[in-house]
Design a protein around this ligand. Structure first.
Ligand code: URA
Length: 240
């Protein structure tokens, strides 16, 4: 059982304060009757809650798309740096949130933050081979040999073998910008793959996970909720 105000906050209806105002204004109904008490306890999964006449479709878990900025770490807490959890807007904040996968501190782009461990486990499982696409800016030009080595599967200096990856140049005029797709998630993988080919990544941004693309209208450092369709699209798609 949870407090009504807490349930509404968890569903993205506003901050605790905003939700309390909403309840006081008399637009929230519980089991058909106006309810002006934020502290009544309800079973969120069975209670019939409506706001402004619209039934609340309770979602047990939350799935957030973040356009991660450089300079924050993909962790739940850190002694030195700001974390991705620290920069989530209040209306999306709830207990148990964590980043589903990691981007390096200096990497930008698509990050999913959730409180659904099963979803994250499925997305990150090496067996699922969920493709992740990155735009990498490099300090030198990509050659046909780089592309071939990525396609064959890079082997790191310590013998670690990477799965075949797709590598394309952004355009014939810009061979220093690459679109890379990998379907695993070794530590610093993209940077290390390029280092093996004599190139350094100077900027890295993730643009997709499966068929879920970073929303081009989402400013750096901002978040939005994923729809059920968005969520499913993570598990659709192949390497290319
Ligand atoms: N590969 C990297 O090297 N860094 C990232 O943040 C993600 C993939």
């Amino acid at each position: 059982m949870d407090r009504l105000d807490k349930i509404l906050v968890s569903q993205g209806l506003g901050s605790r304060k905003e939700v309390q105002k909403l309840i006081k204004s008399g637009v929230v109904c519980v089991n058909g009757k106006v309810c002006k008490k934020g502290d009544i306890k309800l079973d969120a999964e069975t209670a019939d809650i409506s706001v402004n006449g619209q039934a609340l479709n309770f979602q047990k878990h939350i799935y957030i798309m973040m356009n991660k900025p450089a300079g924050v770490v993909s962790a739940t807490s850190d002694n030195h740096d700001k974390t991705v959890i620290d920069i989530i807007p209040d209306e999306f904040k709830r207990k148990g949130l964590f980043p589903a996968g990691r981007l390096d501190k200096d990497t930008e782009g698509l990050l999913i933050i959730t409180d659904d461990g099963d979803f994250a486990h499925k997305m990150l499982s090496p067996k699922k081979h969920v493709p992740k696409k990155y735009i990498a800016e490099l300090d030198g030009e990509i050659t046909d040999d780089t592309v071939r080595r990525f396609n064959d599967g890079i082997v790191f200096a310590d013998g670690t073998k990477c799965l075949p990856a797709s590598l394309e140049v952004a355009s014939e005029n810009d061979k220093k910008t690459a679109i890379v797709t990998i379907c695993e998630g070794k530590f610093h993988q993209v940077k290390k793959m390029f280092i093996c080919c004599g190139l350094n990544v100077v900027h890295l941004k993730r643009i997709s996970i499966g068929s879920l693309y970073l929303d081009g209208n989402l400013p750096i450092g901002c978040c939005k909720l994923l729809t059920n369709l968005d969520k499913e699209s993570v598990f659709i798609g192949d390497m290319h």
